[in-house]
Design a protein around this ligand. Structure first.
Ligand code: AMP
Length: 414
């Protein structure tokens, strides 16, 4: 038997209801907030992520499925959606064609990480992005929308954490303050942190190594180094969140993994999921569109992990059962049964049939196991009268129905 590749997962029929629930609610909410769907390719040029995600990130350094294609071009399976969406936004001049450039996409991402519960090498995200609006009211709306998504899915016991990582004006002073505060402690930190100290010192806050925590906990907070404009922006975001009655915590440790964030960052965590508890995360990335060769436009968005939303969904009795089983009694009536099944399906009924010409008893057994509500019996006597027999499984009651009335009759009985 050839099994799945490590870190890849099948999403089985038994889980599909939950996935579809998440995707349906996600689409509905995106629609309510004015987002339009777009889908970008799973394969992009490697340089898009080196530039867009950031050379110093774990994603680019260690996790990309990057390779030379048969023509020798360096390409990669996308590890995240934002750079591809920015590329599409610029490449197709979406700014001109959309009144408000609010975009969303749903689909798989690929990262060569160490697999564990809630962390896979192929996983799926809902991504939303907005371009061209720098105002704090949008940051708050994006955060509020993320919270609405989580609560519309019935997911409780979550916390919203926000932070501001500043901008190119104030960040250099903060990075410098971090390095100064680290001083002689720097060589005591893990190898990743040593690397971060030279590439992007803020990312030292991402460190999960237990031995490093006392040092990391003692470092200065970005909030204390924000320039006036960033401080005003962050206060405004918090003001709007209070107006929305949206509880939140400010955490200076929320820098998030990607290089391109500016100002607001946020994360919603589940208090029930264990180690991989980030349901979604996002923030502002005002320099990215320009960095990727587009006009100088602000950007903000979030990515929600669908696996984790599905894991955090409350249990519900959501199996979708078929409605009807069409049982043909006798070889001669099979054709009539198939034609009837087509009519039932055209009427929107989930319809099963028997393909193996089994006995009436075997077909009834199968219908019972499938959990259908009704069995439509197509037999000689019934057909001679222009009828079929409809049996209601819950009660065992059965009665004749005119063949051309059966779709309506079953639809009204559902
Ligand atoms: P990121 O793109 O790293 O900001 O992640 C955004 C969200 O995607 C996280 O909050 C997770 O819910 C989800 N996510 C990220 N990486 C993985 C992974 N390897 N497996 C499953 N979900 C993931």
């Amino acid at each position: 038997m050839i099994s799945t590749v490590r870190g890849m997962r099948d999403i089985l029929p038994a889980d599909m209801e939950r996935w579809q629930r998440v995707e349906t609610v996600a689409r509905q909410i995106c629609g309510c907030y004015g987002y339009r769907e777009l889908r970008t390719p799973l394969i992009e040029r490697e340089e898009l992520f080196v530039k867009g995600t950031g050379e110093s990130t774990d994603i680019v350094q260690k996790e990309m499925y990057a390779f030379a294609d048969k023509g020798g071009e360096r390409v990669t399976l996308r590890p995240e959606a934002t750079p591809g969406i920015v590329r599409a936004f610029v490449e197709h001049g979406l700014e001109q064609s959309l009144s408000v450039p609010k975009l969303f996409t749903l689909g798989p991402m690929f990262r060569y990480e160490r697999p564990q519960k809630g962390r896979y090498r192929q996983f799926h995200q809902l991504n939303i992005e907005v371009f061209g609006v720098g105002d704090a009211s949008l940051d708050a709306e994006v955060i509020e929308m993320a919270c609405t998504l989580v609560s519309a899915l019935g997911i409780d016991e979550t916390e919203l954490v926000i932070s501001s990582v500043g901008c190119p004006v104030c960040r250099p002073a903060f990075s410098e303050a971090l390095l100064k505060a680290l001083g002689e402690d720097l060589p005591k930190l893990c190898g990743d942190c040593q690397r971060r100290a030279t590439s992007n010192p803020l990312r030292i806050f991402d460190c999960k190594v237990p031995a490093d925590q006392p040092i990391v906990d003692g470092l200065p907070h970005s909030e204390d180094y924000l320039c006036d404009a960033c401080r005003g922006h962050f206060e405004a975001v918090q003001g709007y969140l209070r107006a929305y009655d949206q509880p939140f915590q400010v955490s200076h440790r929320l820098v998030r993994g990607l290089d391109y964030y500016t100002r607001t960052t946020f994360e919603i965590r589940s208090l029930k999921l264990g180690a991989q508890n980030a349901l979604l995360g996002g923030g502002r990335y005002d320099g990215l569109v320009k960095e990727l060769g587009g006009p100088d436009r602000a950007g903000i968005g979030f990515a929600a992990g669908l696996e984790r939303l599905v894991l955090a969904l409350p249990e519900s009795d959501d199996a979708v059962l078929p409605d009807v089983f069409v049982a043909a009694i006798g070889e001669a009536n099979r054709e009539a049964a198939f034609v009837l099944a087509r009519a039932l399906r055209a009427g929107g009924l989930r319809t099963l049939v028997d393909y193996e010409a089994r006995s009436a008893k075997a077909q009834m057994k199968r219908a019972n196991r499938a959990g259908v509500r009704h069995v439509v019996i197509v037999g000689d006597d019934e057909l001679a009268r222009g009828e079929v027999t409809v049996k209601t499984m819950a009660t065992g009651e059965q009665h004749g129905v005119a063949r051309d009335r059966v779709v309506d009759s079953l639809l009204s009985a559902l």
